[in-house]
Design a protein around this ligand. Structure first.
Ligand SMILES: [Zn+2]
Ligand SMILES: [Zn+2]
Length: 352
């Protein structure tokens, strides 16, 4: 995670060039960042839902389909995408007829702590009912736990004020090639399918890639409209739209810092600052699996003075949270066809 550097390269446009000839080329370079990839995967609503059902032990096409009410072609495409990204693997389970199921790989399983960090944020800030949709029970200590993003060295909770960063060996810039990924998901209400979920609520806030990049830059102190626009190479109308949404969501405040001409800046609120844990949990996942040992960014915990990896841990025993060690107490009645069989088994559910 780091600030985004956009180098507006204005190719030499000769004075008097005729229209249609030698149009200026603008390439946007984004600083290498392991979070971008995670958000690209997670902010696709359907891909996210498929993964979530995987953590509830779904493996088969028909199970995903009935649990999510997802169109067949969409499900096929998302399973293919998650397999290509290395989060799922396709395993044949029947010879006649030939049938396959989808199992989480180590990469996919390791995204679980990111889900937990997003869940903790959603439970704290976006809860719609008195109780969160699920209570997490950590089987290793037997306690109902709150996921906490902690320093891997001292095991204490980290936040935006206690972490500093510097460039790692993988620092650099990569051209942004795919503009489509910056679009908002076509239908964020899709995220409400299947089960009530604090993770889905959080993803609705983080939203698309532009929204995410605006939030990420905020953590590096970029808060003025003009600076954001220059850094991100984002169209002003899109930036206005994203900032308005984030102010409405209570992630940013809007503050005038200059009268003539009128200029605004967007500092993070306390709620906004609390997204930091989830962001660095994503960073850790991206670094571990896709940075090939060359991390773009090194984090240092100022409380203990050590470089660290963000770890999502149980707030009671401080051990890292893993899908296989969790049980859930559901505050909603699950659908019969989406009952999990193993991996994170619900042990009880309560009527809300
Ligand atoms: Zn520490
Ligand atoms: Zn525990």
């Amino acid at each position: 995670m780091s600030q985004v550097v956009s180098l507006r390269r204005h190719s030499p446009v000769q004075r008097g060039a005729r229209p249609g000839q030698a149009k200026p080329v603008r390439a946007i370079y984004e600083r290498n960042c392991s979070v971008g990839r995670t958000v690209a995967i997670l902010s696709d609503s359907w891909a996210f839902l498929v993964l979530r059902e995987c953590y509830f032990a779904a493996t088969r096409f028909e199970i995903f389909k009935s649990a999510l009410g997802i169109p067949r072609a969409t499900l096929t495409q998302r399973l293919r995408m998650l397999t290509a990204q290395g989060l799922l693997r396709r395993v044949q389970y029947s010879e006649r007829p030939k049938r396959f199921e989808y199992r989480l790989t180590a990469v996919g399983l390791d995204l679980y702590p990111v889900f937990m960090a997003l869940l903790a944020f959603g439970d704290k800030w976006l809860k719609k009912t008195a109780k969160p949709p699920i209570y997490l029970v950590h089987n290793l200590c037997g306690e109902v736990c709150r996921p906490m993003v902690a320093c891997s060295q001292c095991k204490e909770e980290v936040n935006v004020k206690t972490v500093i960063y510097r460039d790692g060996p993988g620092a650099g810039v990569t051209p942004v090639v795919d503009a489509k990924r910056n679009r908002r998901p076509s239908d964020p209400t899709v995220l409400d399918r299947g089960r009530p979920s604090s993770v889905a609520q959080t993803l609705k806030v983080i939203g698309d890639r532009w929204t995410f990049m605006v939030i990420r830059d905020a953590f590096f102190g970029i808060r003025r409209f003009d600076d954001l626009q220059n850094k991100l190479g984002i169209a002003p109308n899109i930036l206005i739209d994203r900032l308005d949404r984030l102010v409405a969501e209570g992630i940013f405040k809007r503050r005038k810092y200059q009268d003539l001409p009128e200029r605004y800046e967007y500092p993070l609120t306390e709620k906004g600052k609390d997204l930091y844990g989830a962001l660095i949990a994503m960073l850790r996942w991206g670094d571990d699996w896709f940075a090939h040992g060359e991390v773009p960014l090194i984090l240092n915990h100022t409380d203990c003075g050590k470089d660290f990896n963000p770890a999502v841990v149980c707030d009671h025993c401080r051990k890292p949270l893993k899908a296989k060690d969790m049980s859930y107490r559901l505050n909603y009645r699950p659908r019969r066809d989406s009952r999990p069989l193993k991996l994170g088994r619900p042990i009880a559910f309560e009527e809300s």
